[in-house]
Design a protein around this ligand. Structure first.
Ligand SMILES: NC(=O)c1ccc[n+]([C@@H]2O[C@H](COP(=O)([O-])OP(=O)(O)OC[C@H]3O[C@@H](n4cnc5c(N)ncnc54)[C@H](OP(=O)(O)O)[C@@H]3O)[C@@H](O)[C@H]2O)c1
Length: 287
């Protein structure tokens, strides 16, 4: 039997790394992509020791050429692409005033445009196959705006809107399943690299923003120490939620991955927790 294949972005660390291994352990052919192949050592070691069916390919979600070359390689080898997992993402905690043009473009390119370009690259093949699945890892920040995260949240809100709009017509017409995975916190490299990018001349924030930022950071630390288990999931725990979605016959548009994530988003999601109603309503009104 030909294995189902899966293309995952951002597999050098964290959730992408764990998802690649979990899918391979569950019988999928995994195309684990990363922007910097020098970071492939950990995954290569796992592939060798556990004899995993994972092929590592270069793919930078901000480089459309690299996206198309990874997709072409998969199509040339397998003649199909079953699942795309838009996982690559990055952010920082900064005020809009403190963020420069380059940073604004970067956070939008990685988190928003990256998802669009990867999705655009696989859609023609999934449409022809009349089957496929696209999963984007957004965040509770894709549903709820958080202080000092407006640029990251804006990009993740964008992904939620993009995915919701796709779900209203490509799912039924071409049998392409669409889901946003919305984790709360995940214990990965994400926070560390976000904090590094957050510094402004060695400080986290300046001027009138500083006391607000300090309150925000103190809250973060409190949540991290007191309610660690509730707030933070491991990459593997979130990866297990992703594989559940793939094994579900009719997966919903939206999946929060923890009780904490659910609670934080509840005011926004109560009327339609998994997006089924809104997709049905939009179809009824527009199609
Ligand atoms: N950690 C959290 O608390 C949290 C919460 C909710 C949602 N999320 C989302 O979960 C997803 C995975 O994040 P994580 O927690 O696993 O963080 P992570 O450990 O920092 O992993 C992020 C991955 O994205 C990759 N990446 C960054 N820019 C890229 C680019 N231009 N092209 C390709 N890959 C790129 C990184 O590669 P490099 O190693 O080369 O940088 C890394 O492999 C992200 O979409 C994130 O927004 C995270």
């Amino acid at each position: 039997m030909i294995k189902k294949n899966v293309l995952i972005t951002g597999t050098s660390t964290g959730l992408g790394f764990e998802t690649a291994i979990l899918f391979a352990n569950n019988g999928y052919k995994v195309y684990a992509t990363m922007r910097n192949l020098k970071k492939a050592d950990a995954l290569n070691t796992k592939i060798e020791t556990d004899n995993l069916d994972i092929e590592i390919l270069p793919l930078d979600v901000t480089d459309v050429k690299s996206i198309h070359s990874a997709v072409s390689k998969i199509i040339n080898q397998d003649g199909k692409i079953d699942i795309l997992i838009n996982n690559a993402g990055a952010g920082f905690g900064k005020t809009t005033e403190h963020t420069n043009e380059e940073e604004i473009r970067w956070v939008t390119e990685v988190n928003y445009h990256g998802v669009i370009f990867c999705t655009q690259a696989v859609l023609p093949f999934m449409r022809k196959q009349k089957s496929g699945q696209i999963i984007s890892i957004t965040s509770i920040g894709g549903l709820v705006g958080q202080p000092f995260n407006e640029l990251y949240c804006g990009a993740k809100f964008g992904v939620e809107g993009f995915m919701e709009a796709l779900a209203t017509y490509v799912s039924e017409a071409f049998n392409i399943k669409i889901t946003c995975v919305e984790p709360g916190g995940i214990s990965t490299e994400f926070m560390k690299s976000a904090i590094e990018k957050t510094m402004i001349n060695g400080q986290f924030a300046t001027g009138e923003y500083l006391p607000i930022f300090q309150r925000y950071m103190a809250g973060n630390q409190k949540r991290a120490s007191e309610g660690k288990e509730q707030v933070y999931q491991t990459g593997l725990e979130v990866a297990e939620e992703i594989i559940k979605i793939v094994k579900t016959e009719k997966p919903p548009l939206r999946v929060r991955t923890s009780k904490w994530a659910e609670k934080i988003c509840e005011l926004k999601t109560k009327a339609d927790p998994d997006g089924t109603k809104i997709v049905a309503q939009i179809k009824e009104n527009f199609l």
